[in-house]
Design a protein around this ligand. Structure first.
Ligand code: ATP
Ligand code: MG
Length: 351
């Protein structure tokens, strides 16, 4: 059984670089936890401390009940797939995948069975005799993944393992990883800057910004109830619309429209958050409406995105792809007021 606990963990590389600040996070046994955030926010650092590859400046990391701060990497029963999948260049794909097991004295037949099964899962069966330099970036990344799979650890750490795969292979591998997680019954901690990966794979998502944890929640909760504007803007595509508003009692005024809240939020200024799909071309009774002057449109087959202006503010709407709209049109859209968000001047969600 392997839960993972970060308790008030800080990592300072130097006086002016603090990569992780006071991180407290609990990953449950067998959970699929995704750490997400933009480049440089400290995701790899968080994993490397857990793997034992980086000293912890302050705080405590536990695997199960065991404090691992001073336990060497090889005794942590963790397998990490690195962002830069360091393979042994002189070894074949097969030997790269088998190496860890050989070092542990695993019987040859068992190694063969595990390597072949992982190779099948990852579509590497035809490549087992090649050397890493004879592989594409995506193929190398899959070998790195295979090397972790065959070790069957309690905790898998995956640092952007899909970043070098093409779009189709990324979706396939994403689904395979979820199967793998279910089949192995291991704890997964998965790092990505891609919010789609986070939303689709995570049991829960932890959003990091500049080394500071912003929110931990299930994909649905984080999407429906982002704790602040940063999380709201990071999760979801196209991005949530942010519109500056003034508030009097329960009346919210933007430059191009106004709406009534069920009760006064208790602030006078703030930012309204509207997801593009919460604007609809099919109004129901009582829904506030906005007039969107369309500047750009994107038809994606299953979706249509309208980009334009409401009053002086930019707004993006996701509408029915069959709706006939042209650039320059003004489209009346209804706002699903039950799903709006409101942020105060510190960018914290108040609604
Ligand atoms: N060995 C190091 N020495 C000094 N600073 C470092 C070191 N490793 C990382 N950093 C700094 O720590 C911060 C966090 O880096 P980290 O690699 O954890 O980010 P990341 O979220 O994994 O980014 P990416 O998505 O680009 O991989 C960055 O500002 C980075 O420059
Ligand atoms: Mg990284």
């Amino acid at each position: 059984m392997a839960s993972v606990t970060y308790e008030h963990v800080t990592k300072r590389y130097s006086a002016d670089v603090t990569a992780i600040r006071d991180l407290s996070l609990q990953v449950r046994d067998t959970e699929f936890m995704v750490l997400v955030g933009p480049s440089g926010c400290g995701k790899s650092t968080a994993l490397r401390m857990l793997a034992g590859l980086e000293e912890i400046t302050a705080g405590e990391i536990r695997i199960g009940d065991r404090v691992v701060n001073d336990i060497p990497a090889r005794e942590r029963d963790i397998a990490m797939v690195f962002q830069s999948y360091a393979l042994y260049p002189h070894m074949s794909v097969y030997d790269n995948m088998a190496f860890g097991l050989k070092m542990r004295g695993t019987p040859k037949a068992q190694i063969e069975q595990k390597v072949r099964s992982a190779a099948r899962m990852l579509g590497l069966e035809q490549l087992l005799n090649r050397k890493p330099r004879q592989l594409s970036g995506g193929q190398r990344q899959r070998v790195a993944l295979g090397r972790a799979i065959v070790r069957n650890p309690q905790v898998f750490l995956l640092d952007e393992p899909l970043s070098n795969l093409d779009a189709q292979l990324r979706v396939e591998t994403r689904i395979n990883l979820q199967r793998l997680h279910r089949d192995l019954g291991a704890t997964f901690i998965y790092v990505t800057h891609d919010q789609v990966e986070a939303m689709t794979m995570g049991d829960r998502i932890a959003v990091l910004r500049d080394g500071v944890l912003q929110q931990v929640a299930s994909p649905r909760d984080i999407y429906d109830h982002p704790a602040n504007m940063y999380v709201a803007g990071f999760i979801g595509s196209p991005k949530m619309n942010f519109i500056p508003v003034s508030i009097q009692g329960s009346t919210v005024r933007a430059s191009g429209f106004q709406l009534e809240l069920p009760r006064p939020p208790g602030i006078e200024k703030g930012t309204l958050g509207i997801r593009p799909e919460d604007l609809t071309e099919k109004p129901r009774d009582g829904m506030p409406t906005v007039d969107l002057k369309v500047e750009v449109l994107e038809v994606l087959g299953s979706d249509q995105y309208l980009y334009g202006k409401v009053g002086g503010d930019d707004l993006t709407a996701r509408v029915d792809p069959q709706l006939k709209v042209f650039v320059g049109d003004t489209v009346k859209l209804a706002l699903n007021a039950d799903r709006i968000h409101l942020f105060d001047e510190t960018e914290k969600a108040v609604l």
